[in-house]
Design a protein around this ligand. Structure first.
Ligand code: GLA
Ligand code: ZN
Length: 658
């Protein structure tokens, strides 16, 4: 457990040593407590194979430490040096087209290359031996934003070996993938390709598992070199990219201490109802607080229009992240190198070495982090509501959307937004996680279902939980084959209904009930009540394609001590809110209504009391009515009744005891 940290990514190797003292003086002025160093610095640390130069890094770490700034060290493997690519060309990845990745950008590595593993182990081992026991290095980041998928012959052979391990025999594989279809039957493991473009759904899904395994192995190789040199208090993390979907993040976070992520807006401005889900997703990877390892100081350089965040917006974003479980926030980056690919990216220091206008906002955030660090120490996010996230279901849907607009993440976020608009804490967790602590579980498009998963959901409802099933549930097995049952597979027993047919919609269709008169977008499922069951019908479809006319769209079924909602419609925003409010009311979960753009979130302090973050995510002044007298830990003032919020204003309040 650590105090709230505030920091920057710093690349001392870009600057002459004479400059460092000035940088560090300015960091101190901005209340920086942590700097991340070293990721991408491979060629500075190992300029020649096997010859290490760590003197500069040690010097930088010491100078920072003298100024009270701790270091997080990144292993530099996302930027393999030119000598490595030259001597071992097989360390370079192969792109989908068969072209070899070119040296000169980053992440050009083949994640499975034995030569690359050897080189990575060597640099990580050398760094670990030198800095592992340094009192100034509080933690490590492995690599940077895992993302590359390689299509080389070596990866293909590894993939085939992986399939052999998973399926045992080709008969098994052929059976699960229905390979008699289009003469796809395999008689030799070596015949199996890496899928490029649309392919057999079974092959496509299992390839994602292979990519996951590849990064897991690569990560493990680094952990094996690193961990033996680290005292127990020193942690290891990786900076993920939110909803990035090339691999299963639950598997990859298993072996690290906590998850981190890199949050960029790119073009536009914060939409907190959507970004909250990504913070909650990252927290959910390990069901632990996380680090915001990188975030945007003003603007980026890689988006369509690299607009700046409005003045005050980054501060609101910083507290939004903390309100969702961030224990640290680091701006990327301190200062842009004079050369290199990212000259136009936002930073705190400009090309002349002086403070940019954004510096003052960062400084204020740093000062405020310091102010509440003791208060927040050890605090956590507690939630009674879970949204289930399933990579297999997501991938399967992405391979075969059936409606190009149907997007798994957007669908999940649609459910999230209606909860977040009522200021409810939500855990976004793995569809295989334990559900004991929850009262309401929403499983958006839980397409892939097996017995274990169905049993777990059944037990949850049996003991009194409320479960929401949405469209596209219970359609496939773990091999991405259709289940030989109607949707929602074995969950039908709980739902009291089954899906007689599903429809990809050209236009919204009417759907109405006592709660709302609205429409279903993109998708509709015609529900049928099972014999002997008597669920409450909450909404029916109106006249549209004939097949849906007057058919059941949403049903609520009692099961055991709990209830199951089956929602066969993808509702418009207002109807979705009305349905969500009803579900929350039914579950007696407390909602907190706020004006649009105002977020209120509690974190639970070590003494069990909540501290509320009240954030105005708009540029306009707003008023929030407080249910009790509140002490604001930023201003030291007590407010009661109506509290005024200027544009992007933030308050961090606890209930004032009288
Ligand atoms: C990523 C990388 C950083 C930097 C930023 C720029 O998140 O991890 O090194 O390139 O993007 O936005
Ligand atoms: Zn490869």
């Amino acid at each position: 457990m650590q105090k709230l940290q505030f920091g920057v990514a710093y690349y001392p190797e870009h600057w002459p040593q004479e400059r460092w003292a000035e940088d560090i003086r300015l960091m101190q002025a901005a209340h920086v407590t942590v700097a991340r160093l070293g990721e991408f610095a491979w060629s500075s640390m190992e300029p020649v194979e096997g010859q290490f130069n760590f003197a500069w890094l040690e010097k930088a770490i010491e100078m920072l430490a003298e100024a009270g700034i701790a270091t997080v060290l990144g292993t530099p493997t996302a930027a393999p040096p030119a000598w490595l690519a030259q001597k071992y060309p097989t360390t370079l990845a192969t792109e989908e087209t068969g072209r070899q990745a070119q040296f000169g950008n980053r992440c050009h590595y083949c994640v499975n290359s034995p030569e690359f593993h050897t080189a990575s182990r060597r640099i990580v081992q050398a760094m670990a031996a030198r800095f592992g026991s340094s009192p100034h290095v509080i933690g490590w980041q492995l690599d940077n934003e895992y993302n590359r998928v390689c299509y080389c012959d070596h990866c293909r052979a590894e993939f085939q070996a992986f399939l052999r391990e998973r399926y045992g025999t080709l008969d098994e594989l052929n059976r699960h993938w229905s390979t008699a279809y289009w003469s796809q039957s395999y008689s030799d493991w070596a015949q199996i390709p890496i899928p490029i473009g649309p392919h057999n759904p079974g092959l496509m899904l299992v390839f994602r598992h292979f990519v996951t395994r590849s990064y897991q192995n690569f990560q493990q190789a680094q952990l094996d070199e690193l961990r033996p040199h680290l005292p127990p208090s020193v942690w290891v993390t990786h900076n993920f990219m939110g909803w990035f979907g090339a691999f299963d993040h639950y598997t990859l976070t298993r072996d690290i201490d906590f998850a981190s992520w890199d949050w960029y807006i790119g073009t536009g401005h914060i939409d907190y109802l959507t970004t909250g889900a990504i913070h909650d997703l990252t927290r959910g990877f390990k069901q632990k607080n996380f680090w915001l390892m990188e975030t945007q100081p003003g603007n980026v350089n890689w988006s369509k229009t690299n607009n700046v965040l409005n003045r005050g917006e980054a501060r609101a974003m910083a507290w939004h992240a903390v309100a969702h479980g961030a224990d640290a926030l680091l701006y990327w980056q301190w200062r842009s190198a004079l050369g290199g690919q990212e000259q136009y990216h936002g930073s705190l220091i400009d090309q002349s070495g002086r403070q940019r206008p954004f510096f003052d906002e960062a400084k204020r955030i740093g000062q405020e982090f310091a102010q509440v660090a003791d208060l927040l120490f050890g605090s956590i996010i507690q939630s009674k509501v879970a949204l289930l996230n399933c990579y297999d279901s997501r991938w399967s849907l992405e391979f075969q959307r059936h409606n190009s607009e149907f997007d798994y993440v957007r669908h999940l976020t649609h459910w999230y937004r209606a909860l977040a608009a009522r200021n409810l804490n939500v855990d976004v967790i793995s569809a295989d996680a334990a559900l004991d602590q929850y009262e309401l579980v929403i499983a958006p498009a839980l397409l892939v279902l097996d017995e274990a998963r169905a049993e777990k959901l059944k037990a949850f409802v049996q003991r009194g939980g409320r479960l929401v099933l949405t469209v596209r549930t219970g359609m496939k097995d773990r091999h991405n084959a259709l289940l030989p049952q109607r949707q929602p597979g074995t969950l039908a027993e709980l739902a009291g209904v089954e899906v007689v047919d599903y429809y990809s919609l050209l236009e919204p269709v009417p759907v109405a009930g006592e709660l709302f008169q609205g429409t279903s977008q993109l998708w509709a499922e015609r529900l049928q009540i099972l014999d002997g069951q008597s669920p409450v019908v909450l909404a029916c479809f109106g006249a549209s394609n004939g097949w849906l006319d007057d058919q059941v769209a949403i049903a609520l079924n009692p099961y055991g001590n709990g209830f199951v909602y089956t929602v066969g419609a993808y509702l418009d925003v207002a109807s979705q809110q009305a349905l969500t409010d009803q579900i929350l009311n039914d579950a007696r979960l407390e909602m907190f209504e706020t004006p649009p753009g105002i977020e209120v979130r509690p974190r639970t302090l070590v003494n069990g009391e909540p501290v509320y973050f009240i954030i105005n995510h708009t540029r306009l002044p707003q008023t929030v009515s407080l249910p009790w007298a509140a002490f604001d830990h930023l201003t030291g003032k007590i407010s009661a009744g109506e509290m005024e919020f200027a544009g992007y204003a933030v308050a961090i309040v606890t209930r004032q005891k009288d």
